[in-house]
Write a protein that binds this ligand. Sequence first.
Ligand SMILES: [Zn+2]
Length: 167
Amino acid sequence: MSESGGANANAKKGAGELKVSKIRRGTVIDHIPAGMAPAVLRVLGIDRGVSDIVVMAMNVRSRSLGRKDIVKIENRVIDEETLQRIAIIAPEATINIVEEYQIIKKDRISLPRELHGVLKCPNRYCITNDPQEGVPTLFLCEREKPLELRCHYCEGLVRGEQVELIL
Ligand SMILES: [Zn+2]
């Protein structure tokens, strides 16, 4: 990590929001709920070591969220499966694709109806927790706010704070 909590160090007043140091090319994940940036980095595998430049800003002022976190990763496009994991922990996040310091594409994350192999089922008797069966988990999203997901196999319900991601 090249920088952390650096929002104030190189802050410039923009349109009412703080600007954190720019990346030339890569992905900016914005509007992460405050305090969740480390979890997003974990989902991205960044705690397992990558050579790309990562900028993490925490507790940045935001009009829509009050406080938010931002994660910027140079030279990286995030695949769909990773986006689904991020959607679970940061449902309000936006994904900005940057080329030559400019945002060329902006997308809201959306939680898919079905999550394949993304979450662990908390029910230890669920078939997906039997290593001999080798059944990948499948959860159906029943509610987004608050988050409620149902296991397709044992029909157990998992609420937002109980979610355990498979990383
Ligand atoms: Zn289950």
